[in-house]
Design a protein around this ligand. Structure first.
Ligand SMILES: Nc1nc2c(ncn2[C@@H]2O[C@H](COP(=O)(O)OP(=O)(O)OP(=O)(O)O)[C@@H](O)[C@H]2O)c(=O)[nH]1
Length: 209
C-alpha cells in the first residue's frame, strides 16, 4: 500500500566552498554552532522531528562544495527538497547556487521545493553580495529567499527548514491526491428511494406481460 502520511523528507544542501553547509545542518540538529568541521566531506544526517500528528524522519545530505555533474545529478534525483546556500561575503558562491539551480531545473523541472539562503549575515560590514545582485541573478527556480547567520542563532535555520518542510508537505499532498482514484460519492437517501421505486415499477410492468 502506498504511504499516505507525510513522514519522510529527503533534503540536499548545496553550496560553494565554506559557505556554511555543515554549520547549517549541525545547527539544525544540535541547535549549536561549532566553528570548525572536517572540510568538504559529504555527510548524511538523520533527524526525527516530532510534529503535531506524526513524527517526520528528515534525512539531510550535506554535499561537498564542488561535486562532479554526475554526482550532483545523483543527489538531485535522490533529494526531494533543496537548500541552496551562499555566503554574503563571497560573491562567487552566489553564482555557484545559480549553476545548481540550472542543474536542478534540468533534472527535475522548475517546480521543486527549494530555498535560497544567504548565510554569514553577521559579517555584513564585509559583504560582497548586495541585495540587487540577488535580484538580478535570481536563477531558474522561483524559490523563497532567506538571510541568516548560522553563527548567531538557530532562528534563521529553523525558519528555512520550516518553509522547506511546508513546501515538501504541499508537494506530498499534491502527489497523493493525484494518485488516488476519485471515490464514488455516497448516494443520497432520495436517490436510493427513486431507484427502488423505479425497479418496482419495472418489475410490475414486466409482470403484466
Ligand atoms: N561568521 C560566520 N561564520 C560562519 C557562519 N556559518 C559558518 N561559518 C564558518 O564558515 C566556515 C565554513 O563553514 P562550514 O560549515 O564548514 O562550510 P561548508 O560549506 O560545509 O564548507 P565545505 O563543505 O568545506 O565547503 C567555518 O569556519 C564556520 O565556522 C556564519 O553564519 N557566520
Amino acid at each position: 500500500m502506498s504511504q499516505r502520511k507525510f513522514t519522510n523528507a529527503k533534503i540536499v544542501i548545496f553550496g560553494g566552498p565554506g559557505v556554511g553547509k555543515t554549520a547549517f545542518a549541525v545547527r539544525y540538529i544540535t541547535k549549536r554552532f561549532i566553528c570548525d568541521y572536517d572540510s568538504d566531506k559529504e555527510m548524511m544526517y538523520t533527524y526525527k522531528l516530532s510534529a503535531a500528528k506524526d513524527d517526520i524522519t528528515i534525512e539531510i545530505l550535506d554535499t561537498t562544495s564542488k561535486p562532479s555533474d554526475d554526482v550532483m545529478d545523483k543527489h538531485i534525483k535522490w533529494g526531494e527538497g533543496f537548500i541552496l546556500i551562499y555566503s554574503v561575503i563571497d560573491r562567487s558562491s552566489l553564482e555557484e547556487t545559480m549553476k545548481v539551480q540550472e542543474r536542478i531545473a534540468k533534472v527535475k523541472g522548475t517546480e521543486v521545493p527549494a530555498v535560497l539562503v544567504a548565510n554569514k549575515c553577521d559579517l555584513l560590514p564585509c559583504r560582497d553580495v548586495m541585495n540587487d545582485d540577488v535580484q538580478t541573478t535570481a536563477g531558474t527556480l522561483d524559490c523563497p529567499k532567506f538571510q541568516i547567520s548560522v553563527a548567531e542563532s538557530s532562528g534563521g535555520v529553523l525558519e528555512v527548514m520550516e518553509e522547506l518542510l511546508c513546501q515538501l508537505k504541499r508537494e506530498f499532498v499534491k502527489n497523493v491526491s493525484a494518485s488516488t482514484p476519485m471515490l464514488e460519492k455516497p448516494k443520497s437517501k432520495l436517490y436510493s428511494m427513486k431507484r427502488a421505486f423505479k425497479k418496482r415499477i419495472n418489475r410490475s410492468h414486466s409482470d403484466t406481460f
